[in-house]
Design a binder for this molecule. Structure first.
Ligand code: CA
Length: 340
């Protein structure tokens, strides 16, 4: 029983404990012992010795990474406050500039992956403000710090080994592999496991350089969406107006029942646009939805007093990038804005 009791105490105490305090707990190995275990496992996984030496020898945890992890403020945000920050006039106008500056490259990527340029630009803008925000923590150091910390250690340990695998494949060099404090890398902010699954070498130079090569950045974002069944001939969705007393009818439609990440569970069942039209739903300007047979789910991210949206299949691919309705709506609206 004792180890279980000790674990329970640890789980209660650790949210406020820092590395030094955690190291003092006898259930937690010292940083050096822990790192020795990582080195051994890396070697067993086939990571080259020069990579292990270069990245893990003398590695120290980063206190500021843990501080950031502990200090994630919980803002009470509404869709309006979220959109005001993420789809600001400045971000829209930068996005239009990017659409025009990188037109040729975006068109090439778009043709190859079947994702319209405005969605690539919108995700790029949402993640790193079109590459102007450049997180510059050492990815291995940030990931190792969070992997050592018991709070979410299992998740980050897997990401740490994925990051070592990226270096082992020579997709990027260790000094170039910069990340946010939480380990999200480069201009599209991919976690290492997503990088291994989706990052692309668009210019064919042997590197998947999502930090500084824009072809690789755009292709990696597009590939991510494509892998989640993006349809290049369809939009993301649209804002709509609901008729008076609609909520009782919506209850008859029922909840979304086809899986997907947690943000989908607040959507209605998918219905053809023609059925939404028949129920009195109109576009945000009051115009007809028409007899379109495409299916869309209804989402009211702030409940029935807030704005309402119909989401097409592509919306679900955006949620795979970041499973939050505010995020997907902001990407969709920013894409619409930068495409004008
Ligand atoms: Ca490349």
């Amino acid at each position: 029983m004792r180890p279980i009791v000790r674990l329970a105490v640890m789980l209660i105490l650790l949210p406020v404990a820092l590395v030094s305090a955690a190291a003092a707990d006898e259930a937690q190995p010292s940083w050096d012992d822990w790192l020795a275990g990582v080195r051994k496992e890396a070697a067993e996984k086939g990571i080259r010795n020069d990579i292990i030496e270069q990245t893990l020898t003398g590695l120290k945890p980063l206190e500021r990474v843990l501080q950031s992890d502990r200090n994630q403020a919980e803002f009470v945000e509404t869709l309006e406050t979220y959109l005001a920050k993420r789809v600001s006039p400045a971000r829209v106008s930068s996005g239009r500039e990017m659409m025009s500056t990188y037109r040729d490259l975006l068109d090439q990527v778009s043709a190859q992956y079947g994702v319209q340029p405005q969605y690539i630009v919108a995700i790029w803008g949402m993640e790193t403000n079109y590459g102007k925000y450049f997180p510059d923590e050492n990815a291995i150091q940030a990931l190792a710090t969070l992997a050592y910390d018991p709070r979410r250690g299992g998740y980050f340990r897997k990401e740490l080994f994925a990051a070592l695998e990226i270096l082992n494949k020579d997709y990027i060099s260790a000094p170039e592999m910069k990340a946010s404090w939480a380990g999200a890398m480069g201009q599209p902010q991919f976690m290492p496991s997503s990088y291994l699954a989706y990052a692309q070498d668009f210019d064919g130079d042997g590197h998947r350089d999502i930090w500084s090569d824009l072809g690789d950045v755009f292709a990696s974002i597009a590939n991510y969406l494509k892998r989640y069944d993006w349809n290049g001939n369809e939009p993301w969705g649209m804002e709509v107006k609901l008729p008076e007393g609609f909520e009782s009818r919506l209850a008859e439609v029922g909840d979304y029942d086809e899986g997907g990440c947690r943000a989908m569970h607040s959507h209605s069942r998918a219905l053809p646009l023609s059925e939404w039209q028949a129920m009195g739903v109109r576009d945000v300007n009051g115009g007809d939805l028409g007899g379109d047979p495409r299916r869309a789910t209804l989402v009211e991210p702030d409940g029935e007093s807030g704005r309402a949206f119909l989401a097409f299949e592509n919306y679900r691919a955006i949620l795979r990038y970041n499973c939050a309705n505010y995020y997907a709506i902001a990407v969709g609206m920013l894409a619409d804005e930068v495409n004008q």
